[in-house]
Design a protein around this ligand. Structure first.
Ligand SMILES: [Zn+2]
Length: 250
């Protein structure tokens, strides 16, 4: 076969009847002399014939066509709207979560501030205690009738802690107990309130140590009571006092 540089797409167009008359005549003249293009056109015609035959032989069922159409057809507007709706719901859920998280963060910040203020107020007061005693058997009964709950005070003898006194305070508008414990030169406040589910829920359920404004804080919930231990003593000291109190109030 002679090599030929005739455009193959032109041959296909010719077979499809998509060429101008002059081009078609020229191609026919060329085909009568070129074995390469004649073979090419014969091959193309053979393929087309096969495809045409197959098309007439194979008639796809209605179900098959519907299936193919559903897979290849562009998505219906309803489907698109549903996608947008679920996106909007996801965004809304995220917003609610963020707002809840921010709200919890704000409540927690308020709680810490209130607890810290009570502790600082005690340190600054000339008469910091309503009941001045190092005897837990004096301090604990003093709270009876003044607060709507009871709690246990541990024995501090043999520990690094000294009971200094107690006073009635209002924490989150609730009558609460403040017990002050000395540790060396430091004073540590123990604040006990009924967990109202708002103030307390701002904190993690499990006990947790945190440091705010130079104070170390431990807080936990036990038997419907919320405990705070706060002071400028080192973290391990605050933690140890919290453990003693937890053991006494289980
Ligand atoms: Zn040719």
């Amino acid at each position: 076969m002679m090599p030929c540089d005739q455009d193959r797409e032109m041959l296909a167009a010719y077979l499809d009847g998509e060429v101008q008359a002059e081009e078609g005549n020229a191609l026919e003249r060329h085909l009568s002399t070129c074995s390469t293009c004649t073979a090419e056109v014969a091959s193309m015609l053979s393929v087309r014939r096969t495809m045409r035959t197959a098309r007439t032989r194979f008639t796809p069922s209605v179900e098959f066509r519907r299936k193919i159409q559903s897979q290849t057809a562009p998505r219906k507007p309803g489907f698109k709207a549903f996608g947008g709706l679920s996106l909007a719901i996801a965004a809304l859920a995220m917003l609610v979560f963020v707002m809840f998280w921010m709200r919890q963060g704000a409540v927690r910040a308020d709680a810490y501030r209130e607890v810290a203020d009570l502790h600082v107020g005690d340190l600054a007061s000339a008469n910091p205690y309503d009941v001045v005693s190092s005897d837990r058997h004096t301090v604990k009964p003093w709270f009876q009738g003044r607060i709507p709950f009871s709690f246990n005070l541990p024995e501090f003898a043999g520990t690094e802690f000294t009971l200094l006194g107690g006073r009635l305070v209002y924490l989150h508008q609730q009558p609460s107990a403040q017990v002050v414990v000395g540790m060396g030169q430091h004073k540590i406040s123990v604040l006990i309130m009924q967990d109202d589910g708002v103030f307390g829920s701002a904190f993690p359920v499990s006990e947790r140590a945190d440091a705010r404004n130079a104070f170390n804080i431990e807080t936990w919930n036990s038997q419907g009571l919320r405990f705070f231990v706060i002071g400028d003593a080192e973290k391990t000291g605050v933690r140890h006092l919290a453990q003693i109190l937890q053991n006494a109030n289980q």
